[in-house]
Design a protein around this ligand. Sequence first.
Ligand code: TPP
Length: 390
Amino acid sequence: MDGARSTTSGLEPGRTDGVVTGPPQEQPAMVQLLTEDGHLVPDDRFGDFAPDPATYPGLYRDMFLIRRFDQESTALQRQGQLALWVPLTGQEAAQIGSGWAMQAADYAFPTYREHGVALTRGVDLPNILRLFRGTTNGGWDPREHNFQLYTLVLAAQTLHAVGYAMGIQRDRAADPDAVPAAAVAYFGDGASSEGDVHEAMVFAASFNAPVVFFCQNNHWAISVPSEVQTRVPLAERAAGYGFPGVRVDGNDILAVNAVTAWALDHARRGKGPVLIEAFTYRMSAHTTADDPTKYRASAEEESWVARDPLRRLESHLRATGTPDSFFTDLEGEAVEQAARLRKAVLAMEAPDLSHRFGTAYAEPHPLVQEELRQWRDYEAGFAPADEGGK
Ligand SMILES: Cc1ncc(C[n+]2csc(CCOP(=O)(O)OP(=O)(O)O)c2C)c(N)n1
């Protein structure tokens, strides 16, 4: 295998002409507790927050089930049952590890890719697909799970998280017996370039708000590589705002869990915000509407296969005596989960797209009315000829 694909643009894959100049970034050390081949490594700073080994099978189970959910959802989209799907494969450790660190009173503000976090917050997985089938704008009650609805407007949720965290602060000032809690704002390396993130961090710092900024640096914002978004490692930006920033190996679930637990503890104790950069990789497409072979090299993708978050915890579990039956039972559970998911999606009502036109503006708008007319004509084209179809 030659390891590199040609691109339609003729540019070197992963580069936008003229944007990246100068020497490559110097990469800071990442927090790691589990090596790529599954060995534990000690860490003085975050070791005290490391998860109990008794939880490792549960952490692995959630990563395994959410990857299978991702695969099944991709298949459902390909079969025309979902309008779009946003894969998370490769980011299971970042999401399950951080989700497990949260307590019931904490509140997560996701993007559109946080299916793993949704699982840890108790969202019934088929409900996530309601949004992607177009049957609803939500899918769950955020207050029931302390898990906000998916936000597709990049970075908007970072401001919501800070506002919520400031609310926690005020509630606790009014009632010292209130349960300590923090907000977690999820966002990507691409979203880190949005002004909203800057405003969110300024406010969080100024008010010492109990919020953890959890950036999944999955290396790509659709076709834009992360080195174009930033000339310094993202975690180092926190210093400019005056709060701690930590880069963690985002494919090491033990390290992600420990660093997030530490950051949440820091925030809940009133010590202010933390930025976590989970250094990970989007192993699949940006969405089912994207083709990553157009902009990135296959050698790069292959280099991340060796760092697969599931594989390294599996190696550790097998090496420490976890029986084969654990893995075969999990396989059975995943098959059952897939069947349940498929059944639930096929039973969901068909989306009423005309509703979309009626909710764009509070009052009817001539442009939207014209688009509605065009859409109805288009739909009529599919009707049988004896019912007026063309
Ligand atoms: C405000 C805004 N601008 C642009 C977009 C279009 N858009 C959707 S996803 C995306 C890339 C986001 O990349 P990143 O933040 O790294 O997250 P990832 O999708 O890789 O998880 C863009 C530009 C959008 N949804 N919202």
